[in-house]
Design a binder for this molecule. Sequence first.
Ligand code: DGJ
Length: 341
Amino acid sequence: MLKLSLVTGLLSLFGQLSEASYTTTSNHSENQSTNVAQDSSAFRPGQVWKDESGEVINAHGGGLLFRNKTYYWYGEVRGEKESKGVNVYSSKDLYKWKHEGLALATVSDSTSDIVRGCIIERPKVIYNKKTGKYVMWFHLELKGKGYEAARAAVAVSDKPTGPFVYQKSFRPNGHMSRDMALFVDKDGGAYHIYSARENYDLRIVRLKDDFLNPTTQDTLLFSNHREAPALFRKDDNYYLITSGCTGWAPNEASLHVSKSLFGPWEKLEDPMTGPKAKLTFGGQSTYVLPVQGKKDAFIFMADIWNPKNLKDSRYVWLPIQFKENKTIIEWKDKWDLSVFR
Ligand code: DGJ
């Protein structure tokens, strides 16, 4: 018990120190300008991104879902510090986004896990063909408990735009669950990838057919203190991008590849190139989007956190290139989908 609280104390101190250094060294500099993205047919990583009504997009630590010829972007709704739930935006072209509202909102009921004051992070939504339900998983921290609860939580909707109905929260197979991703494989099987054991372990668990519950097929991927998992599949290879654990401060990303979701995973070279590449361009991975209708077209998504005002955190979307067996994510100030064949 004493050992655990010592570790927790050191982790929290480390988080605070790295947040302090982040605020003096970073904050939308170098790669990012404070310009607003002007045109609606290009991505401008690191710049303010507004929705169709002119409001700044508030969907951090997010992920996308493609259904009925439409992309849905789900992400954390942030105030300056507080967590307000999950926003959903829709788009046909990935450049212009319509705010569809709050997919999941925190509530006033003090007996609910998602009472205002809780922390909702890294929401991801997948569609279950068997049940016809949209299933959201997110990292939940209970009100007033900091990051101690370390739970995965589930909500369900009949429509991609919600409202999602909160179901429950738990630690998958008894393991802590903080940063997380969901992945649906070609055979329709779904998986939850999550940071466990105070973020020292990254684990993967297959979900039951309803996507609402974990199975016991739950494996350790690696124990090297990783978070922010983003998993994708190209041909017969699975790729996994993760970050280190330095609170809101950026650090070096890593890329692993495997022929099987349950490993073994082989570490590849850091794919990031360009200014601040060794700090993931000042960002932290959140998702990799397979672009519809284009072969081998994937977009790497990251968040440039602003811990002083989380709502003002920026988005980095960059194309993933595969060149001579190398995976490359190169910084671009501006780009569009024509980079993909
Ligand atoms: C890093 C995680 O990736 C974020 O989602 C968030 O939990 C911060 N840590 C909190 O410090």
